[in-house]
Structure formats: C-alpha cells, structure tokens
Design a protein around this ligand. Structure first.
Ligand code: ATP
Ligand code: MG
Length: 563
C-alpha cells in the first residue's frame, strides 16, 4: 500500500497490511468491496439480510459492489459532486448499506441518521450538514420531510426506496435499475472527508464529528484485533448505522475484513435474537449493554432451548457493562461479553477486552496496540497532570490514529477545547489498575460529589443490578444542604417484582452493604422505564433535570415509540 501522506503510516503498519490503497489515494469503498471482488472473492456472501416479516436477502461482494456502483452512478447523474453530503434515513435494509458505500465510492460524504428520529432532529442535522441528497422511504418523506423540504436550499435530490416516489423525488427502483453496475471508485485522498456522525446527545446537543477515508486503516485493524473479524467470519453487529457503531463496525470494519454480515431489520426481540444466532451460526456478535440487560431481565431459562455453540467472540459497547452482565453472559452463551470503549469522536475502538486477553468483569480492557491512553487531572487553572495507577481522573488519548475525528462540524471552538497539551480529553472519568486495565467511573458531567467523596454512577448502578429484583438503574446526585449532593437512584424491576416501600428499604440495605453508607443511594425510586437515547444510553442528565424541575435541554435523541 502506498499513500505516503497517510497519517502516521509507520505506526499503523499493522493496519496498513489489511488494506490496499491506490497509488494516489485511499477510498473506504475500494477497501470494503472493490478489492475483494478484484481478488476473486466476488461470490462470497457479504450481507445476509433478515427482513422484519421473515424474508431474507443475500448479497455477495459482487452484488454489493454492483449495487454501490449503481448508487454512485445515480448520485453523479443527478449532478452531485465529490464532497457533497448524502444523508441516509431509513431502516436497516440492504439499500442503506449499499447507499452508504456508493456515496463513498463517488467521493461524497455520508451521514446516517436514525430512521425513527422525528422531523426536528432530522431537519437540524441536515441543516448543520448542508445535505445535498437524501436517501429515504416514501413514508418517512411524507411524514417528516415534505413539510420543510423546500426550506433546505442545499437539498437537490431525494431518493425514495421502491418503484414510486412522491412529487419532486426520484424512485430508487427504476433509477438503480437503469444505472450501470460499474463505477470507477474516486481516488479520494486519505484526508478527504468520508463520514459525518452525530454523537448520541447523551450529555447535550449532538455534535457532528467529521471522519476521513484514512479511518479505514483503523477500522480494518480494530475489526481484526478487537473483534476477531477474519475473512469468512459470520458476524452480527446489532447497532443501527444511525449510530457510529453501526457504521464503523456495522458496515466498514466487517466488509474490509471480508466477513459475512448479518443485518436484522427488526428491533430487539429476545426469541428472534436467540433464534438468529442459532440459525445463522453467528460467530462474532457485537451488541450493547442495554440489550444485554434486556436478555438478563428475561432470565437464563429463556436462552436454554437455543444452541449458541457457533459463538466465538462477544463484544459490547456504548455504556459501561456491569460485571453482573459479563458473568451472566459467560454462563448463558458459554462466552463472556468483552466490553470495549470508544466514542463517536474516536471513530473506532480504543480500549478493549481484546481477543485472547483475560476478561476482567467491569473493566473496559486495555488500550489497543498503538493507542496511548492516560488518566489526567485537570487543575482549575487548566494545567494537566498525568495520574498514576489506581487514581481516578479524566480518560485521555494521544491523538494520531487514523479514525479520529477531524472536526466538529461548524464548531471549531468546541473541537479545539478537546485538545490540551497533546492529549485528547474524552470527557469520561476512569481509573487504570496496576495491570493496565481501565475501569470506567462515569461521565465527568454525571459525577456525584457527596460529603467530600466523588462517586461515579456506574459503581452504584452495578451494585443495584446485582440485586435479583433490579433490571436497570440510573443514578444521579441531587443537591443536599449538608452533604452537597446525595445519591439518588432510579430503577426498573425484573418480572416477578413489584415496587414497595419494603423493597426500597431492602435495596438501600443491599447497596449500603456493597458500597458503604457514604456511597449508597439515599433514595431509590421505581420506574417502568428509564429515559434513553436511541443508541440505548441512559440519559442521567434528563433524570436530573426532571428531578430538579429544570429545562430538559436537547432531547432530540430521546427514544420514543415513534417510528
Ligand atoms: P454526547 O457526546 O452527544 O453527549 P455520547 O457521548 O453518548 O453523546 P457517543 O459518542 O455515542 O455519544 O458515546 C460515547 C460515550 O459512551 C463515551 O464517551 C462513554 O461515556 C460511553 N461509553 C461508550 N462505551 C463505553 C464503555 N464500554 N463503558 C463505559 N462507557 C462507554
Ligand atoms: Mg460524548
């Protein structure tokens, strides 16, 4: 591979061996599709789609490349240029995946959005991203876009899945059918923008993180060395591409590593999920704590009828994975979930319980090879000190890996603030133990200060979840005259348990025993559900705002029943 201007080419030598590149550039689509076909793997299954109502569609690498090429031709034929912004807004169907890759093939920039977003979050993001084209469905278009479409002046083209399109839009069926299945992939430069991902909005207004084609080096590398993806692996990433996990590890990393991806159109359903693993012989499974806790809630019994012997490696991301979930999964699936940590900003997995490494339940694992992580104290005056093992501070990374964001769209100052003294500051708090394992403490914003103690919500939540009655917990600090703040917990219960004053007392007693009186929650309230982002993260800031009667802030990513 020979693109001399790639960032830190030497450092990413291992990654570089996994991709081809051009003499004069690098393009994610070339690495994900084209070269596999050129190397004689066109017939291998790239994507097996499981439709909501039981139908399936299989696409080989050659099929995917041809479909991506048709997309690239359609976009180009409508006057779009390299660098233009193409948004994807639909459920998990093969056209979403091929549309993303076709956009990259044509040198354009792709932004996936959750199809369940309401009109406002969609509009805001398309405005921020100056969308030129949108790939969506007729139903979504009519309900969420049509009313304001004309006001978004940048938007030139709306492609509609299927054979018919509302006025002013183009039907994809005939357009793709008429387009040639060949397209010379644009030789983008390694630093050309490829993807814009909006963050989950857990802590506030979502940011648009800009990622470049060179990121593919790190996707290739981390797919191989954090998720154990090898050619031919049957792999299922349960994340939607509307969230960075569903693109970095739901499209790019798996295809670059030439796996066969399972794509499930449906939302979480326990029997469907267990059945999918058994029937499709899934080998590597990448999911999230919110789903794992839902499985735990149903109990090990529900999993017993299924054969999970195909599973080789299980990984989890997005939120801290409670130790309880790790031991539970080892029992039920025969393999533990391997927690890993990263952010929209980092574009790829930074810290992981890596294949072959001893799993420490409750730990995020160790930094990936080539990634330098530190625990930092930031003084009032802004100076940074690196902390030693066992101390809690802000988790920071030495920038320079290929999938790191290159900007927050239109927010230079916010971006600049992330970098101090040669560190990228993550906004998360963590601790490193003497063996180099990193332990998540909480988001800096969620930290609770009570009677001189600093408490991360995660340890309190994990202790509560160990109680047989508790399914999920969200913990916040509420102001208190004497202690500064006191710990308050919101919990949902497992089936067979009902809220009662007695249970509340029992839970407080359980937490006091596990955590000590200073850290245990002073008050526990029962809830049917906890507020979560669409990517499945508990929104503690919302629990807190509601508790204090404050404005709810940006809730554009809050999960609702709307779809
Ligand atoms: P926003 O930045 O908009 O507030 P967000 O931080 O939730 O939202 P993402 O980039 O999707 O947006 O999520 C990254 C964050 O998720 C991390 O900073 C961390 O707080 C949390 N996270 C991800 N993986 C883990 C993990 N394995 N353990 C603990 N926390 C994790
Ligand atoms: Mg964040």
């Amino acid at each position: 591979m020979s693109h001399p201007d790639s960032v830190e080419a030497e450092r990413w030598r291992m990654a570089a061996e996994l991709v081809d590149g051009f003499d004069d550039g690098l393009n994610i689509c070339h690495e994900a599709l084209d070269r596999h076909v050129e190397n004689g793997h066109g017939d291998q299954a790239a994507l097996r789609w499981l439709g909501k109502s039981g139908e399936t569609r299989d696409l080989s690498y050659a099929d995917m490349r041809a479909l991506a090429a048709r997309f690239a031709n359609v976009l180009t034929a409508h006057g779009l240029q390299p660098g233009d912004a193409v948004f994807g807004l639909m459920g998990r169907v093969p056209e979403l995946y091929a549309g993303a890759l076709g956009t990259l093939k044509a040198g354009m920039v792709f932004t996936p959005l959750f199809s369940a977003f309401g009109p406002e979050p969609i509009r805001t993001r398309m405005e921020i991203g100056s969308a030129t084209a949108l790939i969506t469905t007729a139903s979504i278009y009519k309900r969420k876009i049509a009313a304001w479409r004309d006001e978004l002046k940048s938007l030139k083209l709306v492609l509609i899945l299927g054979d018919e399109a509302p006025e002013g839009c183009v039907a994809l069926g005939p357009a793709l059918g008429a387009a040639a299945p060949e397209f010379d992939t644009v030789h983008t430069a390694p630093e050309d923008p490829a993807l814009i991902h909006f963050t989950s909005g857990t802590t506030g207004k979502p940011k648009g993180a800009v990622h470049v084609h060179n990121a593919v080096l790190y996707h290739a590398f981390s797919g191989r060395h954090a998720l154990d993806l090898t050619p031919g692996t049957i792999y299922w990433c349960t994340a939607d591409p509307g969230w960075v996990t569903g693109t970095s590890y739901g499209i790019i990393a798996p295809l670059v590593n030439r796996v066969t991806m399972i794509v499930d159109e449906a939302e979480f359903d326990l029997d469907r999920w267990y059945g999918t693993i058994q029937r499709e012989r899934v080998e590597v499974w990448y999911s999230a704590p919110t789903a794992i806790r839902m499985m735990m809630r149903t109990g090990a019994e529900a999993a017993r009828p299924y054969d999970f012997s195909s599973l080789r490696f299980l990984a989890s991301v997005g939120e801290p994975l409670n130790p309880e979930a790790v031991t539970w999964s080892a029992k039920v699936f025969g393999k533990p979930f391997h927690d890993n940590w990263w952010q929209t900003e980092t574009g790829g997995i930074m810290i992981a319980n890596q294949p072959g490494m001893e799993v420490r339940p409750g730990s995020m694992g160790k930094p990936m090879p080539g990634i330098e992580a530190g625990i930092i104290d930031r003084a009032e005056d802004g100076t940074l000190t690196e902390l030693g093992d066992g101390q809690v501070g802000e988790l920071a990374l030495r920038p320079g890996w290929p999938s790191m964001m290159r900007a927050y769209l239109h927010e230079q100052a916010r971006y600049d603030k992330c970098f101090v003294d040669g560190w990228y500051l993550s906004g998360d708090l963590a601790m490193r133990d003497a063996d180099g394992y990193f332990w998540f403490v909480g988001r800096a914003d969620d930290l609770i200060k009570t009677s001189g103690h600093l408490i991360g919500p995660f340890e309190v939540e994990s202790a509560l979840i160990e109680h047989e009655a508790v399914a999920e917990a969200g913990v916040i600090g509420v102001p208190d005259e004497t202690a500064g703040e006191v710990v308050k917990a919101y919990v949902t219960l497992n089936p067979g348990h009902e809220p009662s004053a007695e249970l509340e007392r029992a839970l407080r007693g359980h937490a006091r025993k596990a955590l000590g009186p200073a850290v245990a929650p002073r008050e526990i309230v029962f809830r049917e559900t906890l507020p979560k982002t669409r990517s499945g993260k508990i929104m503690r800031r919302l629990l807190k705002a509601r508790e204090l009667g404050l404005p709810e802030g940006d809730i554009s990513t809050l999960e609702t029943d709307e779809s």
